[in-house]
Ligand binder design. Structure first.
Ligand SMILES: Cc1ncc(COP(=O)(O)O)c(C=O)c1O
Length: 488
């Protein structure tokens, strides 16, 4: 029987009309670049109208629509209501802004759409090259290992998994945590990011697996308290295995004494992990790099490229000093993933053997293209600029009688609040909360918040490549205006 393949109506998702798709693509690139170019002229944030919310609640489309129409829906209903983090006056949480070339690199990466789990193709070499540049950035040796991941939380999880598996003293991958002869403990300051606790929970150590150490008045880990805690836990029959150092803390930008922690880990034979989500990048800031000295002695470092290297979400990185330990923690080669001597399945190191994911996206390309576009020296200057802006803002706060600096601001995070001697703390908490929400609702600026010494404070975390000093002048002016308005 002859095969009648020509009579079967087969479909594809490629456009029937490539020329109209090309025209739409050009228009989209144009629109997106204009959107970035004019971001300063728009309000930072605006609430979504009800009709937009209900549009975004519609049921799944069963039939398709022309791409032009879908794009119009995006432009009308989604694009005008951003989170705001690409705006020059966004300093909430610890975010990043992205860049125009980073955006275009994402398009190129999605076009190639390789699976970065492994194999012999150029994209894998790109990730290896980016990792070697990042090792140099943090002062790790060239033969260290690494992996690009979704962000700092995943980077901490990967690093702490290697720590747990390496330090357990038995085959924990096979036998699980239930077989641990003694409960295992991680040590980290009270100011450590919640992702470390989350990692401990996911690793079966429980939140009790993180022994939280008090901080000094500068929010840095109390080194003597750490030593005492390790000794007490050992005496109580627990198994200390890892210390997490902060470079820097999410609340105030405090940097732990990274060299002291390295010394303790060496003498106590503990794994040394540094959470450098944003602070690791200070290693290239010309006048501030000494602040993170000691980080290069870690066994593993976790950090983000989507925060203080301003790359589009998502991209983080874990570096691990011992390639062997890193591989041993994750490598698994079932029959269908065995490496071949030649062809696509060749290659010695497959990234899927160094982390959680098998299928992985080409996030390396935006890093590779961005580093080549600007060079590490410019990134260093940008980070330094943000640190200098942090100092500028802290000085403005200290110069204003209506404001109070709530914590030391050693780096790029400034915590402050509106004060009024005639009001009590509860009233000031309420007023500052209201100031923050109005700043956001009026689309002016976006600091976020935290609680320090039981008080609600405004918090500006400056990892923004678009901010200028005049933006901080405006922030201070507007906080004072709103504070007066609210408390009058
Ligand atoms: C110190 C610190 N560690 C970890 C994280 C988590 O990183 P991500 O949000 O990229 O998962 C953050 C996020 O702000 C952070 O500031």
């Amino acid at each position: 029987m002859a095969l009648e393949s020509t009579k079967i109506a087969e479909e594809s998702l490629d456009p029937e009309d490539w020329e109209s798709m090309r025209a739409l693509g050009h228009r989209m690139v144009d629109d997106m670049l204009t959107y970035l170019q004019t971001v300063r002229e728009r309000p930072l944030w605006q609430p979504m109208p009800e009709d937009v919310r209900s549009f975004l609640g519609e049921a799944a489309p069963q039939e398709g629509a022309p791409p032009e129409q879908v794009y119009e829906q995006f432009k009308q209903n989604i694009l005008p209501y951003p989170m705001g983090n690409i705006h020059p006056r966004f300093w909430g949480w610890v975010m990043g802004t992205g860049t125009p070339f980073g955006m275009l690199a994402e398009m190129a990466a999605a076009t190639m759409n390789p699976n970065m789990g492994g194999g012999d193709h150029a994209a894998n070499e790109v990730e290896k090259q980016v990792l070697s540049w990042l090792k140099e950035m943090v002062g790790f040796p060239g033969d260290a290992s690494g992996l690009l991941v979704s962000g700092g939380s995943m980077a901490n999880l990967v690093g702490l998994t290697v720590a747990r598996n390496t330090m357990a003293g038995y085959n924990i991958r096979k036998e699980g945590v239930a077989a641990a002869p003694k409960p295992m403990r991680i040590y980290a300051s009270e100011e450590t990011h919640s992702s470390v606790q989350k990692a401990a929970e996911l690793l079966g150590l429980g939140s009790d697996g993180v022994h939280k150490i008090p901080v000094n008045k500068d929010y840095e880990i109390e080194v003597e308290a750490l030593k005492a805690a390790i000794a007490a836990d050992r005496a109580a029959g627990l198994q200390p295995f890892c210390v997490v150092g902060n470079a820097a803390t999410v609340n105030t930008g405090a940097v732990d004494d990274l060299n002291a922690l390295a010394d303790i880990c060496k003498s106590e034979k503990l794994w040394y992990h540094v959470d450098g989500a944003f602070g690791a990048c200070v290693a290239i800031a010309p006048r501030s790099k000494s602040m993170v000295k000691g980080m290069e002695r870690a066994d593993s470092v976790a950090f983000d490229l989507h925060k203080w290297l301003y790359m589009p979400f998502e991209i983080g990185c874990t570096l691990v000093r011992s390639e062997e330990a890193h591989r041993r923690a994750f490598s698994l080669s079932p029959d269908y993933l065995v490496h071949m001597p030649r062809g696509i399945a060749a290659g010695t190191s497959w990234f899927s053997e160094y982390g959680v994911q098998l299928t992985r996206g080409f996030r390396a390309l935006k890093a590779w293209m961005s580093f080549k576009e600007h060079g590490f020296a410019k990134y260093g200057r940008m980070i330094q600029q943000n640190i200098d802006q942090g100092k500028y803002l802290a000085d403005l706060v200290e110069a204003a009688p209506e404001l109070e600096l709530s914590a030391p601001a050693p780096l790029n995070i400034v915590c402050f609040r509106y004060v009024d001697a005639s009001k009590d703390d509860a009233a000031l908490d309420e007023a500052n909360r209201e100031i923050m929400m109005r700043l956001q609702e009026e689309g002016i600026a976006a600091p976020s918040y935290t609680t320090l010494n039981g008080r609600f404070v405004l918090r500006a975390a400056i990892t923004n490549q678009r901010s200028r000093r005049e933006d901080f002048d405006l922030l201070v002016r507007e906080v004072i205006r709103l504070g007066k308005e609210i408390l009058s």
